[in-house]
Design a protein around this ligand. Structure first.
Ligand code: GDP
Ligand code: MN
Length: 357
């Protein structure tokens, strides 16, 4: 007896919903959020949207981290926002903390000259380097660059989705994105790519190039990576600042935990630019992805409508199908400042106008 064709509910019913999935086969993945007590209200709003659009179907656990202990008031305000498990965690700040494995996770490592760091911060303040004079921001960027993925609460997971307070999700996400990442051997997903302001990273690229000198095999001659997204010149003599905006990331934790990435982070860390300059985790992650991942391992989540003020990504085509509430004309994708044009150029076979919905 032939199966009766079912009306296609655009994937919403036939997609990989949790109630169809053997829990044992579910991808080990979590939502990871760095936040402070003061983010309570904006995180509640973000989680409400995130649950409505995605996680009420899939029930991935949350790991919410802070370098200070969260108050009971914060935890009690967050818990009712999801049926999923939430793990609240503290960042082991000092190297002396047994969980910190001998490194400073949030603070000044011993090789940093703190007086110089203070002088440079004041200078960056005068020069209007974005967040340059904000001390905590430097610690945050270094933590997101080198440590979040080694927090013990993330040990059991293979993939993460980074979410921040104050972001919005514009469209339904009706398939299991982590399963999709795994099924397609994807390692890093983004939905906004923009150019970094050069004043935050004066010596980042030359520092990266010193790492490449130690690992010449990373600069593959076969065009199999996205290096041309970040440096158009064939000898890589210049970084154009293009990076995946890291407030949204869906990625492989094993990529960041790999010996090569850890060596890369340590190399950058020793150079001091997290403190003497204001290196962001976004260019750090993106340059690593460009050096170490294959083109086919990086994914543009065109279908995930998203806002991190002041930028939006809104799907370009049949957004009504995903109940998007954004206007694709407001999307940064093809506007000045976006790096999607050079990115798209790397994928000549990709059908940009008929994204697969
Ligand atoms: P922006 O997105 O670059 O403007 O910076 P945000 O202020 O949004 O910070 C990025 C992420 O780090 C967000 O998830 C913040 O909640 C978090 N964050 C920033 N600074 C701190 C901090 O000092 N402590 C903690 N716990 N979280 C922070
Ligand atoms: Mn933010």
């Amino acid at each position: 007896q032939a199966a009766v064709p079912q009306p296609n509910d655009r994937g919403r019913v036939t997609g990989n919903r949790l109630d169809n999935v053997d829990p044992k086969k579910k991808v080990k993945a979590c939502i990871v959020i760095l936040a402070r007590d003061s983010d309570l209200q904006s995180l509640r709003e973000t989680m409400r949207g995130f649950e409505d659009r995605f996680n009420r179907r899939f029930h991935y656990p949350y790991v919410i981290l802070n370098e200070e202990p969260f108050t009971e008031e914060f935890k009690n305000g967050i818990r009712p926002m999801t049926d999923s498990e939430i793990k609240f965690g503290q960042v082991p700040k000092e190297a002396s903390d047994p969980q910190a494995k001998g490194m400073t996770w949030w603070g000044y490592p011993p090789f940093i000259d703190q007086e110089r760091a203070a002088r440079e911060r004041a200078e960056m303040g005068k020069n209007n380097v974005p967040y340059g004079d904000k001390e905590s921001y430097h610690h945050m960027c270094r933590f997101q660059s080198g440590f979040f993925f080694r927090h013990p609460l993330l040990d059991e997971y293979e993939y993460y989705w980074r979410v921040e307070p104050h972001v919005k999700f514009f469209c339904d996400i009706d398939y299991d994105v982590f399963q999709m990442m795994k099924d397609n051997d994807l390692k890093y997903g983004f939905n906004i790519a923009i150019a970094e302001s050069p004043s935050t990273i004066p010596t980042l690229w030359e520092t990266v190039m010193k790492f490449v000198d130690k690992h010449p095999e990373l600069v593959k001659p076969n065009d199999d990576n996205v290096l041309r997204l970040i440096s158009s010149s064939s000898d890589l003599d210049h970084y154009n600042g293009c990076h995946f905006w890291s407030n949204f990331e869906i990625g492989s934790l094993d990529f960041f935990r790999s010996p090569l990435y850890l060596e890369f982070f340590n190399h950058l860390d020793q150079a001091g630019g997290f403190f003497y300059e204001r290196w962001g985790d976004a260019p750090v992650h993106s340059i690593a992805a460009a050096l170490m991942l294959k083109r086919s391992e990086i994914h543009f989540f065109n279908d995930i409508g998203y806002q991190h003020f002041p930028l939006n990504h809104c799907p370009s085509e049949p957004y009504l199908q995903k109940k998007c509430i954004c206007n694709s004309e407001d999307s940064i994708d093809w506007k000045i400042g976006s790096c999607l044009v050079p990115y798209a150029g790397l994928y000549p076979d990709y059908k940009w106008d008929e994204e697969t919905y």
